[in-house]
Design a binder for this molecule. Structure first.
Ligand code: ADP
Length: 547
């Protein structure tokens, strides 16, 4: 990922002349201080996870210079965010707020409308505003990463866990409002939040939940991080995966540390898949499975070692099943097809009782095997699951990117009920279309109870236009075919936001008409992240922006 000389100069916002843009930038510099507004006019550098750019999508799937900002603004406070939003309304320039921008695989820091001004909240708004040990909760600004929250809890010696996604460098707040997931019993990140402070597209300031009721003598409301709803409609949901505001503070519940035991199960045959899901369903519904466990295809045992694809296979095209089998049979997982990573919680006796139930349920599958961390070598992935599933952030999954040179990845993430027949339909579409386009299939199912996030990580070489084109076609076909069967994505890369939003079209697009009604009421000038999640303000609609 080296820097490439820019072919074009600064990408201006739509319908903006260079003179008007310069005048607007001068005004923004006056509001924030000149050092806090940076033009995007240097060569674009893709960097890597911990040194990621905020100028474009580092995992570009189209031309690197397509999804770029015109400039980045760094506000330091909610009042400065309000000033930026008022500025955008005055000059008619679209904004694109990010927290830390480690939204890798979904568009990163890139704005949907090229030439938008990225509002990077992470750099200067990175305070943990409160940790309330009595209430087991915290309040964070957008720039607080999982690592930072974890470190602070350790420093204060508090008995809490955090819940992180596979990679711990992202924003706690950003991931939650994008409805990301983690792996402890508190893996539903948006579900674990309690109260927010939001700058609306008008510049007005809103507190949701009990925060709407002023505390005594101007204090924050004492129940703000205890009770998520307020009185009347529950408004928080409309600020997740949307472009209705900039979230500047968010409260979260923290989990109490407890005993834990991670384990790995293996199942021998590819076709066991629907039966495994059928066994999982009641265990998940009854909360016998302690966390959000993962069911992965065995190919990921190869990938997650961090070895490049060429280490396993010298041919072109996807790894053949037989080659995966040969390698797996020499690894701890053995010659198997599916691998399940779970964790149980509680005291020793409780964990033992849970594991007995789990073991006896999965014994129905012939050839099933059970492994504890002590059964596998110290560098095995199971040890990283032990950490993530007990609230310790890690970076192990970066090893995915060793798979090929210049590797980037994108996720295809449909939701299915936790039911064998549904999971099989979605899985078979993936198998068929990945093979059609000659791309390795890496499915991981994150099981939350009644539903599963079926997530495939599609890895491609950023320097190959042919691979990018094939991945793009694969994505659009996957979205279309799964939707035809009635399944939809929970989240998607910027480039597919319109297509995915269009699949949620019941009753003449009632949902999108509802979203557009809210958008037009809150953001009449269309300055807030136009196009995010397929929601376009009136000014942009039907003018060729939709993909
Ligand atoms: P993370 O660093 O956890 O991956 P990001 O900053 O990439 O999170 O956020 C994911 C997406 O959510 C962003 O692309 C942006 O569209 C939206 N977003 C992030 N933070 C905010 C915020 N504070 N207010 C509004 N939208 C946000």
């Amino acid at each position: 990922p080296e820097s490439v000389p820019r072919r074009h100069g600064v990408r201006l916002p739509p319908d903006t002349t260079r003179e008007a843009f310069d005048e607007a930038i001068d005004a923004l510099r006056q509001a924030l201080g000149p050092e806090n507004v940076i033009l995007n006019d240097k060569p674009l550098v893709d960097g890597w996870y911990l040194e990621h750019p905020n100028t474009h999508d580092a995992f570009h799937l189209v031309d690197q210079e397509d999804l770029v900002s015109s400039a980045t603004a760094y506000p330091a406070s909610t009042a400065e965010v309000q000033a930026v939003v008022r500025w955008a309304n005055e000059f008619g320039i679209p904004l694109y707020p990010i927290s830390m921008g480690r939204n890798v695989g979904y568009g990163g820091t890139a704005p949907r409308v090229p030439g938008s001004v990225v509002v990077d909240l992470g750099k200067r708004m990175n305070k943990i505003l409160n940790i309330d040990a009595g209430n087991a909760s915290c309040v964070v600004e957008p720039g607080v990463s999982y690592f930072a929250l974890y470190d602070e809890i350790q420093k204060r010696n508090l008995p809490f866990w955090i819940d992180c996604p596979d990679l711990g460098g992202g924003s706690v707040l950003g991931n939650a409002i994008d409805r990301g997931v983690g792996y402890t019993p508190m893996g539903d990140h948006f579900g674990a939040h309690c109260g927010m402070e939001v700058v609306l597209p008008s510049g007005d300031l809103l507190r949701t939940g009990m925060g709407a009721l002023p505390g005594k003598d101007g204090a924050d409301n004492p129940t703000w991080q205890s009770f998520p709803a307020a009185y009347g409609p529950y408004s928080d949901g409309i600020f997740s995966q949307s472009n209705f505001g900039i979230v500047c503070q968010m409260g979260f519940h923290l989990m109490h540390a407890t005993g834990h035991q991670s384990y790995m199960l293996t199942f021998p045959r590819d076709e066991d898949f629907p039966d495994i899901v059928e066994i999982i369903r009641p265990l998940a519904q009854k909360s016998i499975l302690g966390n959000i466990p993962q069911l992965r295809h065995v190919v990921q045992e190869l990938n997650v070692t961090g070895q490049p694809k060429t280490h396993w296979y010298s041919g072109s095209g996807p790894l053949p099943r037989e080659v995966i089998r040969q390698h797996a049979s020499r690894m701890p997982c053995g010659d198997c097809a599916w691998v399940f990573y779970g964790t149980q919680y509680g005291d020793e006796a409780a964990i033992k009782a849970q594991l007995d139930i789990i073991d006896s349920a999965f014994s129905a599958i012939k050839g099933y095997n059970f492994f504890l961390p002590s059964d596998v070598p110290p560098d095995h992935y199971l040890h990283d699951r032990v950490l993530v599933c007990s609230g310790v952030p890690v970076l192990r999954e970066l090893d995915w990117l060793n798979w090929k040179p210049n590797a980037a990845h994108i996720f295809f993430s449909p939701i299915t009920p936790t039911r064998g027949k549904d999971a099989k339909i979605v899985h078979e579409i993936n198998v068929r279309l990945h093979a059609k386009h000659g791309i390795d299939l890496f499915p991981t199912l994150c099981i939350a109870g009644r539903e599963m996030h079926y997530i495939t990580n599609i890895i491609y070489d950023r320097s190959s236009n042919d691979e990018k084109r094939r991945v793009n076609t694969l994505m659009t076909e996957l979205i279309a075919e799964t939707a035809r069967e009635g399944y939809g994505e929970y989240r998607t890369h910027l480039l597919y936001a319109d297509q995915v939003a269009r699949t949620y079209n019941w009753n003449d697009n009632a949902l999108m008409r509802f979203n557009e009604t809210i958008k037009d009421a809150l953001d009449p000038n269309g300055i807030m992240a136009p196009g995010r999640n397929g929601i376009w303000p009136k000014k942009y609609r039907g003018k060729g922006w939709e993909l």
